[in-house]
Design a protein around this ligand. Structure first.
Ligand SMILES: [Zn+2]
Ligand SMILES: [Zn+2]
Length: 438
């Protein structure tokens, strides 16, 4: 069988960076390029009871492993597959050390490992990910321009290490590239909330392959580099950490041990922050999503129905409140502002959704500005309305139309109710905010 272009160029690249040949195991090389791994083959496998995402589009250049170590710890069957995106120099150093070193470790060449500036200061962990997509992001997996010595064609080559990781060493946490704020789902197989794995346990990550993604000059770049530019923004937000539930029955590889299996208390937690099992993260994610949806629906109904009703009632009875002529005006202005404001927000939001994800920030900024302005206006308008409506409650009467204390019953009751509804909405909002904080 002839070698595919991707494997050949990858091999030429490794020669050019003097990749340690004695640590290579070509017999275990595996190419997942579109030629070698056809599109009807599975995207994922279940290995050690957890999803192993096949690195589709990548070529594995196998690295020799310590067979006795692997047999002793039953690594192939009980450890989880993961990826570590890095530079080719770091990858070589990791392979030569046979492990991923922790920050502040001193290499065998006497060099102290600094914490990468884009990692969180004070967090001395080894970072991995179950998602090849996440590992391949520009901030992790480095990309190199490479000219093939055979045909002088230019290629870009991306570098990721393929590893096995001891399940109970893993603390899973959300991605740290700001994808959640922008509502970008990085990996189709894992939620953003569990994309990053970290551990302080030495020798709990074993490298078994170097993955290279080789692309011709003309191939389009889907690596979403823009995702990485916001790292500094999200760096300091608290991570919610989850421990991967360790394997209970490692004997049978084909048993579909889905992640809903209860977390084992064997899990060792290095982290003082509260930890939860993956299963409960999934569950709470769904719960919070449906809660969000319900809240959105209520807000939509209230924000379209109430302004229309206020506009109509204010218009019908605009001369029927000699006691406080500002009450019908208050309703009309409330209705008009409500409809116009929410209409504008709706339009900007739908424009934002139609555009590609890179531009979302612009649209989000505008609509959140307008949202703030609207909220401020409604607060002020509510206070003004309260001044006109509530004191009138003491002397208002709904029968004698020619007296100065008259106000139409429907008009007055509606205005009264509307201001109460707004106050209770403020209460609900405050509760929601407090609920999110704790
Ligand atoms: Zn191939
Ligand atoms: Zn790293």
């Amino acid at each position: 069988m002839t070698e595919c272009e991707q494997s050949r160029v990858g091999r030429e690249f490794l020669d050019s960076v003097s990749w340690p040949t004695l640590l290579r195991r070509p017999a275990h090389d595996q190419c997942y390029c579109h030629q070698c791994y056809s599109s009807d083959l599975p995207d994922t496998l279940t290995v050690a009871g957890y999803t192993y995402v096949i690195p589709r589009g990548w070529s594995r250049f196998a690295v020799s492993v310590d067979e006795d170590f692997f047999n002793h710890h039953n690594v192939w069957k009980t450890w989880l597959n993961c990826y570590h995106g890095t530079s080719i120099d770091n990858a070589r150093s990791c392979v030569e050390h046979r492990q991923l070193l922790l920050p502040n470790d001193i290499t065998m060449y006497g060099k102290k490992l600094e914490i990468r500036e884009d990692h969180i200061p004070g967090e001395q962990y080894v970072f991995t990910t179950p998602s090849i997509k996440y590992a391949a992001l520009g901030c992790y997996g480095h990309t190199y321009d490479f000219r093939s010595p055979r045909d002088s064609k230019l290629y870009t080559i991306k570098v990721v290490l393929q590893c096995k990781q001891k399940p109970d060493s893993i603390i899973a946490q959300p991605e740290t590239v700001g994808a959640r704020e922008r509502e970008i789902k990085i990996c189709p197989h894992f939620p953003n909330e569990v994309l990053e794995w970290k551990t302080k346990h030495r020798s709990s990550v074993m490298i078994y392959g170097l993955l290279l993604q080789v692309k011709g000059e003309d191939a389009e770049d889907d690596s979403n580099l823009s995702l990485c530019q916001s790292i500094s923004i999200t760096e300091n937000q608290p991570h919610e950490s989850i421990i991967i539930p360790p394997q209970s029955a490692p004997s049978n590889e084909n048993v579909d041990n889905n992640p809903k299996s209860p977390p084992s208390n064997q899990a060792i937690d290095n982290n003082s922050k509260p930890t939860r099992s993956i299963a409960s993260t999934y569950r709470s994610k769904w719960a919070s999503m449906s809660r969000k949806r319900a809240a959105l629906l209520i807000i939509l109904v209230v924000s379209t129905f109430l302004p229309i009703a206020a506009l109509i009632i204010g218009q019908i009875y605009k001369n029927d409140c000699p006691m406080q002529p500002w009450i019908p005006r208050w309703l009309i202005i409330f209705g008009a502002m409500g409809l116009a404001g929410f209409g504008l927000i709706f339009i900007t939001m739908s424009i934002t959704f139609q555009r590609c994800s890179k531009d979302t920030e612009v649209g989000n900024d505008i609509s959140s500005y307008m949202f703030c302005l609207l909220i401020l206006f409604f607060l002020a308008w509510l206070i003004a309305g309260s001044v006109w409506i509530f004191p009138a409650n003491l002397e208002v009467q709904f029968n004698e139309t020619n007296k100065k204390t008259y106000c139409h019953k429907t008009l007055y009751k509606f205005a009264f109710g509307l201001s109460l509804v707004q106050y209770s909405l403020i209460g609900v909002l405050i509760c929601c905010c407090l609920g999110n904080v704790f």
